[in-house]
Design a protein around this ligand. Structure first.
Ligand code: ZN
Length: 98
């Protein structure tokens, strides 16, 4: 069973209903990761900081491309703070040997 088959209800493909926070976190991480030289930017640590950030943020699901009223909470600067803190935390304690 492929991922697309599992993520469907009565044949309706739900893989395009996404947590909008994912794209916000990806954009912020791309913008600021270079500011953390102690984050090694290996795939595991990037995934780890990404997952940690998303676990600390409320999920905001929406159909891909749908027009959604601007969400008031959390503010972009709060998202930024959580992502920055998550990057730092993973950099301080990577889940692998250095
Ligand atoms: Zn790493």
């Amino acid at each position: 069973m492929s991922k697309t088959d599992k993520y469907s209800i009565f044949g309706v493909n739900l893989t395009l209903v996404r947590n909008k926070m994912e794209l916000k976190v990806i954009k912020i991480m791309t913008d600021i990761l270079d500011n953390y030289p102690n984050h090694d930017q290996c795939p595991l640590c990037i995934e780890d900081a990404f997952a940690l950030s998303l676990n600390r943020l409320p999920a905001k699901y929406a159909q891909f491309g749908s027009i959604v009223l601007k969400t008031e909470y959390p503010h972009d600067d709060e998202i930024y703070e959580i992502v920055a803190d998550s990057i730092q935390q993973v950099a301080n304690k990577p889940k692998h040997n250095r």
